[in-house]
Ligand binder design. Structure first.
Ligand code: FAD
Ligand code: N01
Length: 537
């Protein structure tokens, strides 16, 4: 691994994070002729796909679409093996990109950025790391990830536990051997739902602790269909463009009808056809109003519950696994391989934490209000402090000594999810207030990186040194982000989109639900109008 420790004292740009965002940002900065370094806490590039090595980790956007589009030769050459590739394959892809474009020589690994401070006199950022580096840079670009700060459950006692414990997103490098063990999984979001079927196979006995049942759809994963690959490769430019202008960053036919316009039979047949596609968008985009109308949503939610009841033989377990109390799609739905089937195994137990909440982690396992359960290992699939967690873990201080923690105390406010007033020349790739986690993220990452690059190029041509959004532009945009959220069912659900999974975090709907295509158009208009809403000097 080529870890370039020597960071020059002065740079045009520091990029924090070496996942999909940071790598593409570095590629573009080089093409602008700028000096730049990427600083990465992990021991390799890959971001999400470096850290999340838990058994079963894979993407839920199909590989032919969950990939960079900027390298036209690469998209033709690269051969994915599965419809939904696993973490090692996606990591191999990102590593290949790093090597292919000779990016590693400007990436500093095993180093955490701890502080970024704006100096008003020089209009530069001073960036400090836990390795004692201090760099002055014109631009500071946060590519820190929306799902990169893990969250442990807020129950006492982890320090007393004598067995092994793991968080899905900080999985050890070496394969963990669970054979002969009694294993617990706490959490049934996407990570838990992917890991549980495999852990059930590997462990002697598995106990799943579920607080909120999730909606999960089957992937029907398998070797990638070569005819489909050839078809997509022949049409890649058009397909990518459609994705860029779509609602969620994936080219799909847009719905035209309300779920309430059609009768039960027609709806059921449509949901079934879309269920069989094995993707996230099929059922969710069957009708126009599934994410805005509770009655419409309930038709899809009940369809999924019916599927759970078809698979899970024990009716009591099936009812515990049936999601209720929130609208389908307003917590990120999951895609799985054999998740519900796992609960038909004799060696898998399900504990309903709504009935018997967790009390503490003990020396030997987990105590609920009912009893103590003993385990050799515990897997925490308890998610992330999403969207703002990684950003706010860095002491970012802007104008007048105001920190980002202070500014965002009531929730994040941004202009376009890319910038925030008081923090000039600081950019947040897939930041709060952009489509980000509500999209195929590579589409959103490329759009942000391209937009930032165009702005930096404009600034250099015009000999400008500082860019900062105006307060009024930021307010208008943040209000618009909230209004769009409130027009949907998302804001009625306790989810990580709302910050609800982290005690004390402000309840604000963080991503922008106005759509990937309309959002791109807005960003393009801002640029075409001379970076409207920004003060440039
Ligand atoms: P990340 O990949 O999160 O990279 C950020 C990097 O910044 C990390 O390596 C982190 O170590 C580093 N970093 C953070 N803070 C610091 C610091 N202070 N100093 C130094 N380094 C720092 N999205 C989809 O669209 N489709 C999917 O199918 C999909 N599947 C996912 C599966 C999993 C298991 C998870 C967790 C997420 C998934 N996502 C998916 C979202 C995924 O995070 C994005 O698609 C994408 O990989 C994000 O890339 P990124 O570079 O922006 O951030
Ligand atoms: O995290 P989550 P995740 N006691 O927050 C439970 C992406 N991703 O890592 O819902 C008991 O979704 C919590 O319960 P509740 C994707 O965007 C994608 O699984 O808060 N339980 C929940 O069940 C995804 O949405 C893939 O009641 C506790 C679980 O832990 C995002 O990352 C794969 C608890 C956390 O679920 C996050 O997914 C993986 C407590 N104290 C991740 N605290 C793909 O498939 C938390 N929980 C592409």
């Amino acid at each position: 691994m080529n870890d370039t420790r020597n960071i020059p004292a002065q740079l045009d740009a520091v990029v924090v994070g070496a996942g999909f965002s940071g790598l593409y940002m570095l590629y573009k900065l080089r093409r602008l002729g700028m000096s730049a370094k990427v600083v990465e806490a992990g021991a390799d590039v890959g971001g999400t796909w470096y850290w999340n090595k838990y058994p079963g980790a894979r993407c839920d956007v199909e590989s032919m679409h969950y990939s960079y589009s900027f390298d036209r030769e690469l998209e033709q050459e690269w051969e994915w093996t599965e419809k939904y590739p696993s973490q090692p394959e996606i990591h191999a892809y990102i590593s290949h990109v790093a090597d292919r474009h000779d990016l590693r020589r400007d990436i500093v690994l095993n180093t955490k950025v701890t502080e970024a401070r704006f100096d008003e006199e020089s209009s530069r950022w001073t960036v400090r790391t836990d390795e004692g580096d201090e760099v002055s840079a014109r631009y500071c670009i946060m590519a820190v990830g929306c799902l990169s700060k893990p969250k442990l459950p807020e129950i006492p006692g982890i320090e007393n536990y004598t067995g092994n414990w793991y968080h899905t997103s900080h999985w050890p490098e070496e394969r963990v051997d669970f054979s002969g063990q009694r294993v617990a999984v706490i959490g049934t979001g996407s990570s838990g739902i992917q890991a549980i079927p495999i852990l059930a196979e590997r462990a002697d006995h598995l106990t799943v602790f579920q607080r909120t049942a999730n909606f999960s759809l089957p992937t029907f994963n398998g070797p990638i269909d070569q005819d489909l690959v050839a078809g997509i490769k022949a049409e890649y430019p058009r397909i990518r463009e459609e994705a860029r202008m779509s609602g969620f960053g994936i080219a799909v036919e847009e719905p035209t009808q309300s779920a309430l316009e059609v009768d039960d039979e027609e709806r059921r047949s449509k949901y079934t056809e879309r269920w069989n596609r094995g993707n996230l968008t099929g059922v969710l985009q069957a009708y126009t109003d599934l994410l805005v109308d509770e009655r419409a949503n309930e038709t899809a939610a009940e369809f999924v519950r019916g599927k759970v009841r078809e698979v899970v033989r024990d009716p009591e377990k099936a009812e515990i696994l049936c999601p209720r109390g929130y609208a389908f799609g307003t917590k990120r739905p999951c895609l799985d391989t054999g998740y519900y089937e796992t609960f038909n195994r004799e060696d898998v137990d399900l504990v309903d934490l709504r009935a018997t909440p967790l009390v503490e982690i003990t020396e030997n396992g987990v105590r609920t209000t009912e009893r103590e359960h003993e385990f050799d290992s515990i897997v925490f699939a308890t998610g992330f402090d999403a969207m703002t967690g990684a950003l706010l873990s860095i002491d970012i201080v802007g104008r007048d000594g105001v920190s980002l923690q202070e500014k965002w105390a009531e929730g994040p406010t941004t202009y376009l999810g890319l910038t925030t007033t008081g923090f000039p020349n600081l950019f947040t790739i897939t930041g709060p207030g952009s489509p980000s986690v509500l999209s195929n993220m590579i589409v959103s990452i490329e759009q942000h990186v391209d937009w930032i690059s165009d702005l930096l190029s404009h600034m250099s041509q015009q000999e400008l040194a500082v860019v900062e959004p105006t307060e009024s532009a930021e307010k208008q945009w943040s209000d618009h982000v909230q209004e769009c959220g409130e027009a949907t069912l998302f804001t009625k659900t306790d989810s990580w989109y709302m910050g609800a999974n982290v005690p004390g975090k402000p309840r604000v709907f963080m991503p922008y639900i106005g759509g990937v295509g309309p959002y791109r158009q807005k960003c393009d208009e801002v640029a075409a109008n001379g970076y409207e809403g920004f003060a440039l000097q």
